[in-house]
Design a protein around this ligand. Structure first.
Ligand code: AMP
Ligand code: GLY
Length: 425
């Protein structure tokens, strides 16, 4: 099978790597891809993995590339092209696409749309008011009381949500948004549960946890995600089944009933509160960096799985199968991330880290005169597997210790509480 993967990040690097492990995948083109994907070694004789430049916002150009390559499957990684509707012209061209239509991608593109779908499907989520004026926002903020949760209704690359006990800060964030959701504060550990779906059948992955704050002990600003681990040793029994039954399946059924079936990856971000599971948000694509932790443990061949989802054939498939053990992904971010990341810093030590057994997934990297340098906020994700979280953590941090980037930042406590048995529901 020939697969075209659209995107540039660490999630796409992990996807291309996992696709290359599927004996049914002969050729992968990643567009635009990144330097890590460009140097990925084929897993089999005769397999090819290459990067091609493309403007993801130019849908005609992406379709032309897919046709020229003879892609049998296109996997769209990031939310921006999905929400902009890139899947639609590809499908119109007769190509199987893993990723939702423009209409279905609204589940991530508009938080108000997501709340509406959840209300119709009786999916448990935080109570929220949709506000369009500062006066409405102030009223909602005071109705809930602190801590305040203020969410920009539009796509904001992980920076649209402010959780604060400072009323002035809450009001200020609300004032900067055209339409804003003021939401009830949800307490309790967070879980990311991803499901592969063809619009009807839902195949959940194993749960993961992401670390959104920049600093250790969940201090500092929200980021795109500073690390992840899977599975969750503390997860209550039956958690995946419960979320599938009460959240994922009803949401997929509701979207189909509306005439906008969702095919691709449905990402549920959840809080396990004292009153039960609540949806924090839906995303319409693989999460980053959870994907970098999940895929090294997935046994089911990824190419055939995504193709079955893209062609409406998931009903005949077995549940996903997983390797035993744990995986931990630690993100290395550039100096001054997330506010104003510095770029152009040389990156060294990746080969030494990988020689120690970790996998280094590139995100914000570039080649400048043959030298690997930082080119974005989140630069790399260092992923290790192990028999348990302790071993995976030790290996991941041994890998991190080999990598040198001036001024870079990483958390030192990814999966630490879980490894120590300190996460409670
Ligand atoms: P989101 O972009 O919706 O995932 O929000 C980013 C982060 O803000 C989440 O991962 C949570 O840590 C936090 N957050 C969002 N909504 C709530 C809420 N209602 N209560 C508590 N924390 C929240
Ligand atoms: N891990 C957070 C996200 O992908 O949005």
């Amino acid at each position: 099978m020939k697969v075209l993967v659209i995107g540039t990040g660490g999630r796409e690097h992990a996807l291309v790597w996992a696709l290359s492990q599927d004996p049914g995948v002969e050729q992968v083109v990643a567009a635009p891809g990144n330097p890590g994907i460009a140097t990925l070694q084929p897993a089999y004789d005769g397999q090819t993995i290459v990067c091609r430049p493309v403007d993801m916002a130019d849908h005609d150009a992406v379709v032309a590339l897919a046709v020229e390559f003879g892609a049998e499957l296109v996997v769209i990684g990031p939310e921006a092209p999905l929400v902009a509707g890139l899947a639609d012209p590809l499908r119109d061209a007769g190509i199987a696409v893993f990723g939702p239509s423009k209409e279905a991608a609204q589940i991530e593109g508009s938080k108000a749309f997501a709340k509406d779908v959840m209300a119709a499907a009786s999916v448990p989520t935080g109570r929220a008011y949709v506000c369009t004026t500062p006066e409405q926002a102030a009223e909602a903020i005071d109705a809930f009381g602190p801590p305040y949760v203020v969410k920009d209704d539009a796509l904001a690359a992980g920076k649209g949500v402010v959780v604060t006990s400072d009323r002035a800060e809450a009001l200020e964030h609300a004032a900067g948004c055209e339409q804003v959701l003021i939401e009830e504060f949800l307490d309790g550990p967070e879980v990311s549960l991803f499901a592969i779906t063809d619009g009807r059948t839902v195949l959940p992955m194993q749960p993961a946890q992401d670390f959104k704050r920049l600093g250790d002990n969940d201090e500092g600003p929200n980021t795109g995600g500073m690390g992840a681990y899977t599975p969750l040793p503390w997860a209550p029994e039956g958690l995946v089944e419960e979320i599938t039954e009460n959240v994922l399946q009803p949401t997929i059924d509701e979207l189909r009933k509306r005439g906008t079936p969702f095919s691709g990856l449905l990402y549920a971000g959840l809080a396990l509160t004292s009153r039960g599971v609540r949806v924090i948000e839906f995303n319409c694509r693989f999460g980053d960096p959870e994907t970098q932790a999940l895929l090294p443990l997935l046994k089911t061949p990824l190419g055939a799985l995504l193709y079955a989802a893209a062609t409406g054939k998931l009903d005949s498939r077995e549940p996903l199968s997983w390797k035993t053990g744990s995986a931990v992904a630690v993100v290395v971010a550039s100096k001054r991330y997330p506010a104003n990341p510095r770029t152009g810093d040389p990156i060294t030590g990746i080969d030494q880290a990988e020689a120690g057994g970790v996998r280094v997934f590139h995100a914000g990297t570039a080649l400048e005169n043959g030298e690997l340098v930082t080119a974005g906020g989140r630069v790399l994700a260092v992923t290790a597997t192990g028999k348990d979280l302790d071993e995976a953590r030790q290996r991941a941090y041994a890998g991190i210790a080999q990598i040198r980037i001036k001024g870079s930042q990483h958390r030192t406590d990814i999966a630490l509480k879980a490894a120590r048995g300190e996460v409670t529901v």
